[in-house]
Design a protein around this ligand. Structure first.
Ligand code: GTP
Ligand code: MG
Length: 194
């Protein structure tokens, strides 16, 4: 489970597993790579990359390097990755990076996950904060930035809007996870997912 700080990675793990996962209001709550055992598998909660309150910049860089190294080292043992983005702030932050001529860190991470063959699912969290009439536009925009040609509906097995707060979309996310696991012949390891 990767993504910028404060996007709701830990909250989603809590929703999926019912485990007591520490979440928090400020970016930088999860500071270490944390494994939650779910039967024969682990769900791995990563620290967020990008801004973290009270964490100096060099340490933020160090955390990003740590995440990249972990993914490279364990690529053969990772069934798939989930990259969480914040529905409300993703586009604005990405545009700020693009204006500076840089590739947004979450866009870079998405390519990296694909390169490593980790079949990333993009979980667009905090969808509760987007009024219903704007949701398609927001999701199309996120797709475009990730180089998945819109409309977003055609990526329904890659990108899923959810709210860890209201539970909206969690059933769809579970469906995608189940499908992936079945496709890989790993359906018997799904006991943890209700
Ligand atoms: N409105 C809303 N808030 C959410 C949602 N999911 C998480 N939050 C809130 O967002 C904040 C961050 O949640 P976390 O789950 O700790 O986020 P994280 O990505 O694990 O953060 P780090 O560990 O700091 O990288 C908390 O205050 C959550 O309650 C959501 O779907 N909607
Ligand atoms: Mg966390």
């Amino acid at each position: 489970m990767v993504g910028r700080s404060n996007v709701g990675k830990s909250s989603i793990i809590r929703e999926l597993t019912g485990k007591k996962v520490v979440v928090g209001r400020r970016p930088g709550v999860t500071r270490r790579i944390t494994r939650y055992n779910v039967g024969k598998m682990d769900i791995v909660d990563m620290p967020g990359f990008g801004f973290m309150s009270g964490v100096p910049r060099f340490l933020q860089e160090k955390i990003k390097t740590e995440i990249v190294r972990y993914l490279e080292k364990n690529r053969n043992n990772i069934v798939f990755a989930m990259e969480v983005v914040d529905a409300r702030s993703f586009s604005e932050i990405a545009e700020r990076w693009q204006q500076r001529g840089q590739i947004p860190v979450d866009v870079e991470m998405f390519s990296f996950l694909k390169e490593l063959n980790l079949r990333p699912i993009v979980v667009v969290n905090k969808i509760d904060l987007i009024p219903k009439i704007y949701r398609d536009a927001v999701l199309d925009d996120i797709c475009g930035k990730l180089e998945l040609p819109p409309p977003w509906h055609q990526w329904a097995n890659v990108l899923v809007p959810v709210s860890a707060k209201t539970g909206e979309g969690i059933a769809e996310l579970k469906k995608i996870i189940k499908q992936r696991m079945h496709d890989l012949g790993m359906g018997r390891y799904l006991g943890w997912l209700k």
